[in-house]
Design a binder for this molecule. Structure first.
Ligand code: 4AZ
Length: 846
């Protein structure tokens, strides 16, 4: 059954045994009673509060004493660790925990652990037992076998810190060095080189969890892993699952996630990946939950990797599907000597996440009379911190880390530069790419402007009102020309940006003295000025509802206006954008009708300057294909039968009969062009209804409906977007998203993976000014006026999506036209959907 078409509405259950004779006190009486006994009641309340406070303090004290001070209360503490062993070889039988070889080696390791713990009074006193979970080949050096184990201690609560210290004291410290430190060597003992252990992630020992199941995966032949039930059903509740990946010796494991959709809260459901076969915190590469956005491609440092999935009782999501493979360790050697005048360097495997425990050094050498400068075009290296002790890039003596250094320029003071990259044993990131260049010290930016931060920019970008340097130095000390205004802070900005509702100066001067009304007055949307005191007074003083449009309570108005919402009963209310905001405002509740649209199944969360979207993120996005040609235009799902697109997509063009329905094929639930999957639905088109007044010269009324030949079943990847009412207001500056498979740069080729980009609604007057008055009231402008982000060829007909106050997504516009793509001061022009609400209803019934 199709959800939106079932015609079912919620109706309260009629309980037959409900006692209709029962009477409740009327509200007025309650008040009356309260008033009479007010004083005595207050006294009792006061006394009650004091007594409750005393009881709470007593209970808290008891609990603190019970758990922290009473030394006989014990807790279980589990440590996960690895042991490097020098005098044993890895045998294939060790992969099978039921083999006799596994058992006998596990016994040796457990005995060894007991021996190690026996040398420490805290450890030996509270030790309960160890179990070995897996073995792998040694990690090079003197280890030839690694055992992964779990040790359990039963410890009085106040002693937990001492236990952690004792466990950590077993590790070789950096001064002692890793190599050759034999911890213990009785006659039958193993030659132990090192032990690392850490307390287990407490979410992995939740009592509700079913005991972890584990899968052994050999990655020498590439393959796919997925969470149980994927993609047909959600993952199960309360599971702790492990996938142990092993590559051939001398190889690394590579894991690329194709889909990853979990609950948003990492405390409940998460995946965690380790550079190890046991979940040792020291070796955690990443933790992910929700609908993650960064790179989801991971590499191990050695030939093993562990993937864990932990879920709780509630809210189960689709889970994941990931491809695994192996790569020789010798592949992608990073670093080296570079001697060209310019070139680029990037972290290993960029744009995948770099592997842990990796170090690379690049020595750049340019002709003696020149210096070197390097500019980072991508920089994603873990957390920002002072000394950058974890993962870092070091340029000569300067250590860099964090995720904020994009476009940073560093220059050398000689003809050589050394760039070092270093990743530690845990938590990886996407890394960096950088371009280096030789320059003459006396002329660092030949023919270009040098910013204070050493960036070079085109001289035409100086004093153009935009901060191109990033530090504003290209906009300092400018002489404003006659088309510009001077801000108080000295910046020059185009005059038509004055009073456009956005602070372009940065100090608000371009938005001062813009009100048409006097101080203390409210400007109605119809241009009237009324006293500020009349705002939200429950009366329609502007006579267009606007003084009552952003108040706590919505008014039912005597008369409707172009700014008011019309309820189904024909009456209008004053609240701005009341539809589907989660609050019934119309007396007949019609502002909250048909609000299943515009929701993403999983909250997270072509285009020029955009980024890849995730599967299911834009379930209303459609790809319109011409048979034999492939993708041509975008469209949006309105319901299980109707799509909305641009009229210019369905115009005949010479021999191409785009106006004929049988030429088209609609792809719904598509993510990657030419990669249909179980969620993709292909439909023929029954009819096309282009707007009767579409003007191919001006692009006015650029809107068309398409009816599918067969209904589709709505699901997590195919879902309608909400249509805004005719009076819905999309204010300038509001964030909107564009999506599509169109060209990724002007004149470029189309995208394979659905792209998304964030833009903002542009002031209509500013837009008309910028676009030579070619923008009509039936159009909406959106973009990033600085340039670099826009819709482009192939995105046409696709949605301009805006998220409303309750999280529902509304269709503000249809990609229509523009002056090129992503050019500065050339926003994208969209069909203004609010203008066509009744046309859509008339033609399709939606
Ligand atoms: C096009 O050719 C097109 N920059 C669509 C959108 C824009 C430009 C061109 C907006 O379909």
């Amino acid at each position: 059954m199709d959800l939106l078409d079932s015609g079912q509405k919620f109706s309260p259950r009629q309980d037959s045994d409900w006692d209709t004779t029962l009477q409740f006190l009327p509200a007025a009486d309650t008040k009356h009673l309260e008033k009479k006994s007010g004083r005595r009641k207050k006294l009792w309340i006061g006394l009650g509060l004091v007594l409750s406070a005393a009881a709470v303090s007593l209970l808290t004290g008891l609990l603190v004493w019970h758990f922290h001070l009473r030394s006989d209360v014990r807790v279980k503490r589990v440590y996960i660790g690895s042991m490097g062993i020098g005098d044993q070889r890895f045998l294939p039988a060790y992969e099978d925990p039921s083999s006799p070889q596994f058992s006998s080696m596990a016994t040796l390791v457990s005995r060894q652990l007991k021996l190690i713990y026996s040398k420490n009074s805290v450890l030996t006193k509270y030790f309960k037992g160890s179990s070995v979970q897996a073995f792998s080949e040694g990690e090079g050096g003197s280890d030839s076998l690694v055992a992964y184990y779990q040790s359990e201690f039963d410890i009085p609560v106040p002693q937990q810190g001492a236990l952690d210290e004792a466990i950590e004291s077993l590790e070789p410290s950096s001064q002692q060095g890793r190599q050759g430190r034999v911890l213990l060597k009785p006659v039958d003992a193993l030659s132990v080189n090192n032990v690392i252990s850490r307390v287990i992630d407490p979410r992995m020992t939740r009592t509700s969890l079913q005991v972890g199941e584990s899968f052994n995966v050999h990655v020498s032949k590439a393959g796919v892993v997925q969470s149980p039930g994927f993609p047909d059903s959600s993952y199960p509740s309360n599971v702790y699952l492990m996938w142990r990946f092993r590559a051939d010796p001398g190889h690394r494991v590579r894991l690329d996630f194709h889909t990853l959709i979990l609950e948003d809260d990492c405390q409940q459901d998460f995946i965690k990946i380790y550079d190890s076969l046991a979940p040792i915190e020291h070796r955690a590469l990443t933790e992910q939950c929700g609908y993650p956005h960064g790179s989801l491609s991971f590499l191990s440092s050695g030939n093993v990797m562990l993937l864990t999935l932990v879920t709780d009782e509630e809210k189960n999501f689709p889970g994941f599907r990931a491809n695994y493979s192996q790569i020789p360790l010798t592949e992608q050697k990073c670093g080296g000597t570079l001697s060209g005048d310019k070139g680029s360097v990037s972290s290993p495997f960029f744009p995948s996440n770099y592997p842990p425990r990796t170090s690379c050094v690049w020595n750049i050498e340019v002709p003696v009379e020149k210096f070197v400068k390097v500019q980072f075009s991508k920089f994603l290296l873990g957390n920002q911190s002072n000394q950058c002790p974890e993962d870092y890039v070091k340029v000569d003596d300067k250590r860099l880390c964090g995720r904020k250094l994009k476009n940073t320029v560093i220059t050398s003071q000689s003809n050589t530069m050394t760039i070092k990259f270093n990743s530690d044993s845990s938590y990886v990131d996407q890394g960096f790419t950088a371009e280096y260049e030789a320059f003459v010290p006396t002329n660092p930016c030949p023919g270009r402007f040098q910013c204070t931060n050493n960036l070079c920019i085109n001289t035409t970008l100086q004093c153009d009102g935009w901060n191109d340097c990033g530090d504003g130095s290209d906009e300092n000390n400018c002489e404003c020309n006659e088309a510009q205004m001077k801000c108080k802070n000295g910046r020059c900005k185009p005059k038509f940006w004055e009073c456009d509702g956005s602070d372009d100066c940065g100090d608000g001067t371009d938005e001062e003295n813009c009100e048409k009304c006097k101080p203390g007055e409210f400007s109605c949307r119809n241009g009237l000025c009324i006293s500020e005191t009349l705002k939200c007074n429950g009366k329609d003083d502007c006579a267009d509802g606007s003084d009552e449009s952003k108040c706590e309570r919505s008014l039912v108005l005597q008369q409707c206006s172009e700014f008011t919402f019309r309820c189904r009963d024909g009456r209008c209310i004053s609240k701005l954008n009341p539809e589907c905001d989660g609050e019934p405002d119309c007396e007949d509740g019609s502002d909250e009708d048909n609000c299943q649209c515009g929701s993403r199944p999983y909250r997270s969360s072509r285009i020029v300057g955009g980024q890849m979207s995730r599967e299911g993120e834009w379930p209303w996005q459609v790809s319109l294909h011409i048979r034999g040609t492939g993708h041509v235009c975008g469209a949006s799902v309105l319901n299980n039968r109707w799509l909305l697109t641009a009229a210019h997509c369905v115009q005949d063009n010479g021999p191409n009969k785009y106006s004929q329905a049988d030429q088209w094929e609609a792809m719904l639930g598509l993510h990657v062009q030419s990669q249909t999957n179980e969620w993709t639905v292909r439909r023929n088109i029954k009819q096309i209804i282009a707007h009767q007044d579409y003007n191919s010269m001006t692009y006015n009324n650029d809107i068309a409906l398409m009816e599918l030949d067969k209904n589709v079943t709505l699901n997590q990847n195919i879902w309608p977007i909400c249509l805004p009412s005719p009076t819905y207001d999309f204010p300038e500056g509001q964030v909107a998203w564009i999506t599509g498979w169109g060209a990724t740069r002007e004149g470029g080729s189309v995208a394979m993976i659905l792209q998304k980009a964030e833009v903002r609604i542009v002031n209509a007057t500013v837009c008309k000014n910028l676009m030579n008055d070619e923008v009509t009231d039936m159009m909406l402008c959106a973009g990033v006026l600085k340039g670099g982000v826009d819709a482009c060829q192939g995105d046409s007909g696709g949605p301009l999506s805006v998220t409303g106050p309750s999280g529902r997504v509304l269709l503000a516009g249809l990609v229509s036209w523009g002056d090129g793509c992503a050019r500065r001061n050339r926003p994208g022009i969209y069909t203004r959907v609010t203008k066509y609400r009744s046309w859509i209803k008339e033609k399709s019934g939606v």
